[in-house]
Design a protein around this ligand. Structure first.
Ligand code: GLP
Length: 261
């Protein structure tokens, strides 16, 4: 796991954008795994700027969203498929129909989840998966206790996650769905490169556990310790509880520029 402590969330987003741009230049038909939440916003802002500047094109790329609320109407602004349109798709040249997400309105949920796994496999797998992390260490919506081998499925959201996400629903906890569909931890582990962004003090303990704690379903992101190519991009507050922060800084400072992320 490579840990990079950046001077700001914007700087972390710019570094993540470097990785996406390098991938798309190398492989214009790359498959992106797209996360929602506030953590990836600096990345999506940077990508919009780079696309505007003609530095990168998403015209041949494809995207799979990470998770979705169950039961939100198709036109709800907080439906994650719509959030991705607002935050990324509408701001770059990625065709809208090249991005799909789990169907949170499916009647047959197991069939919809299996179809989503199949669609990812048919696309050749995810080349670069963007991730945030919840305050309780969840990735996607894989809450504490999730199987480390799980695949796309329905999950019950914890009270903490619903409290954290109420800010997207006018602070109305009752408006936050109780269930979601999410790529599993096993699904995420099959992405070829995972780029995880975290910012703010509220994420410091989850980041510490993810990078330095024992691998445990109680902190689902710790499964990433078993992944061969994970880049963790942090601002200073999110790095505040890392025991080996000085080592990570020294390592990154000494890294040759040609190596990339
Ligand atoms: C949400 C999403 C995750 C996200 C996480 C952190 O509930 N399902 O994909 O990474 O929680 O959200 P944020 O980035 O807004 O802090």
């Amino acid at each position: 796991m490579e840990v990079v402590v950046c001077e700001s969330a914007e700087a972390a987003g710019a570094l993540a954008a470097d990785a996406v741009v390098a991938l798309l230049r190398r492989a214009p038909e790359a498959v992106l795994g797209l996360a929602t939440g506030s953590s990836p916003l600096p990345l999506y802002d940077a990508l919009a700027g780079r696309c505007d500047a003609g530095e990168v094109s998403f015209a041949r790329a494809r995207g799979f969203t990470l998770d979705e609320y169950v039961g939100l109407p198709a036109d709800h602004p907080e439906r994650y498929r719509n959030v991705i349109d607002t935050e990324l798709v509408s701001r770059v040249d990625l065709p809208a129909d090249a991005v799909v997400g789990p169907d949170g309105l499916a009647d047959d949920v197991p069939a919809a989840c299996a179809a989503y796994e199949q669609a990812i496999a048919d696309a050749g797998g995810i080349d670069l998966q963007v991730l945030g992390i919840g305050t309780d260490g969840h990735v996607g919506f894989n809450e504490p206790g999730s199987s480390l081998a799980s695949r796309t499925r329905i999950k019950t959201l914890t009270h903490q996650t619903r409290l954290d996400n109420a800010r997207f629903f006018d602070d109305d906890l009752d408006a936050v769905p109780t269930h979601c569909l999410t790529q599993g931890l096993g699904t995420i582990m099959q992405a070829r490169h995972v780029v995880l962004l975290a910012s703010g003090h509220g994420k410091a303990e989850a980041v510490h556990q993810m990078v330095e704690g024992p691998v445990s379903a109680m902190w689902p992101a710790t499964v990433l310790q078993h992944h061969p190519h994970v880049t963790v991009l942090l601002d200073e507050p999110a790095a505040g509880r890392l025991q080996l922060a000085a080592y990570y800084r020294d390592t990154y400072r000494a890294k040759p520029a040609w190596q990339g992320l």
